[in-house]
Design a protein around this ligand. Sequence first.
Ligand code: C2E
Ligand code: CA
Ligand code: CA
Length: 576
Amino acid sequence: MREDKKFGKKRKIVDILKGISASKKVPKGIYFLILFVYVLCIVYVNKSSRSEEIISVFGNPIPAYIFTGVYSSLSNICVIFLVVLFRRLGFFTSVFLLFAQFPMLFFSFFIRHSATVFPGLFTNVVSILGICIIFFNNRRILKYQEKIREVAVTDTLTGLPNRYACTELMNSLIKKKIKFALVSVNLNNFRSINDTLGHKAGDEMLIEIANRWRILADSGETGTYDFPARLGSDEYSFIIRAYENEEEILETIKKYEEELGRKILINNCDFFMTACFGIAEYPKDASDSGSLFSCADAALHEVKRNGDANNVLHFTPELSKTERYMAIERRIRAALDSDEIIAYLQPQYDMSHKLIGFEALARIKDENGNFISPMEFIPIAEKSGLIDRVDNVILRKAAKFIVDSNTDGKADISISSNISVLHLMKNDFIEEIKNLLDLSGADPKKIKIEITESIMIESDEKALKRIEELKELGMQVAIDDFGTGYSSLSYLHKFPASMLKIDKSFIDVMNNNESTKNYVALIISIGHILNLEVISEGVESDEQLDTLKTIGCDYIQGYVWGKPMPLDEALKLLKV
Ligand code: C2E
Ligand code: CA
Ligand code: CA
């Protein structure tokens, strides 16, 4: 075990947690300053109470003894400060200071028969009572506060430190420039245990693993200073300090793996658990806690992706693609919080070039003001559970646009907005749309929800029901990216949509490939048989336009007649 001095005395988890959750201490200098002011006040109380001097304040003659009360009050305030700021030390100091004056006061009162000390005697008794009340009341409040802080840093299920504690420890190590490694840990196949044995057994497993790791970390047997934490479900992390080289980090991880690999008995079944580990080091790989988490997670994901071979991996810059993923996720969150998600509108026309509406498309800028492609950020928003919020912002802006365009009283247009399948399947989806319609005051008939064709393959009755509900609200539904997802015709027949949107990939090649052209023509015919309107997206050339006219497409959307544009430009287009 390396000496404590270099890494601080705290190595046990409880002690580190106490350090993290403890409230900030007031500097000792303040204690001595208050003490000094107190003694000064007492000296002046004594001096002024016996003084017969007359002093001039703003030209008025005032007897000096009048200030006795002022000094006495100041001394009481000092005593209160001592108790509040320095708790036990302050309380005992105050009691000592107040009691220490009694012999002098008694002497003056009983021996010198000086009646002037009577108020002082009374004040001291009242002060002692006062500080006792403050001290004991404060102690109760502080105990509650301590409890709250303790809860804030521990994971309720396992009692291990939580993500907040982990981040705080990293921040304090970074502040002191102490080298450490953050290891992201994920249990293998934990899900199947939860699914087969139930959540109670799953919880037991998580607690057992946490207990083993806590005991190992506190024992110091690994030779390094380790701080295990549980971040959520089957995700854990370790902060490892006091190592010389990467070998030692790997040795430490091996010890935790061995602990994990020992038989775990749950519901009379033997389990032998394994895990994957991703390592990131401060300051080598990143210099702030957020990026360190991202790097360690990137390494962990790579291990999981590669499967078998090795279950531990150190972060390398080649993995920074996943770092970009994290950066984009952070950017989406920030844009959502500061209302920086922008809606662009792309015009949609009938075949005679009459504007019939727009599709609202989400845009986000990076820190340098450059647009991040929706093809990149939409899948990330979906994976990180942010897509509902993105969809909602765009739909809200689309609804507002409809209201604004109506006030201008010009065109009779509709607006389409994309809704992710993940979002559509949320239990409160319809409630959310109802609220949005109520708040915006937009006419639901003029809003179309675009849902990708994949919904018809992946989902079942639930999806159908959702779309029925949208129709009941008076909205329209379009099936987006049609043709890419092998949907069965019988299902399309049941689908309560009003429009099919043929995917750009078919339009791209249709003029060079006869069979694709026939396929597009077929989709249009089937659409019409099923009473659906058909729009083609991604139309870029006049030749494509001509073909679509010939085969009977109803509407088009594409660069040939208009790119996505900001809202004010779209409004201008309405006035043309
Ligand atoms: P999408 O729904 O298929 O939208 C059409 C995409 O094709 C848009 O790309 C549009 O800018 C592009 N496009 C339209 N006409 C042309 C053309 O003539 N040539 C070319 N090269 N491209 C054309 P964008 O804006 O990059 O959006 C990509 C995808 O991101 C969308 O595909 C949609 O699936 C998704 N998305 C965008 N906004 C949202 C949103 O608010 N919510 C959800 N869930 N998804 C969104
Ligand atoms: Ca779309
Ligand atoms: Ca598409």
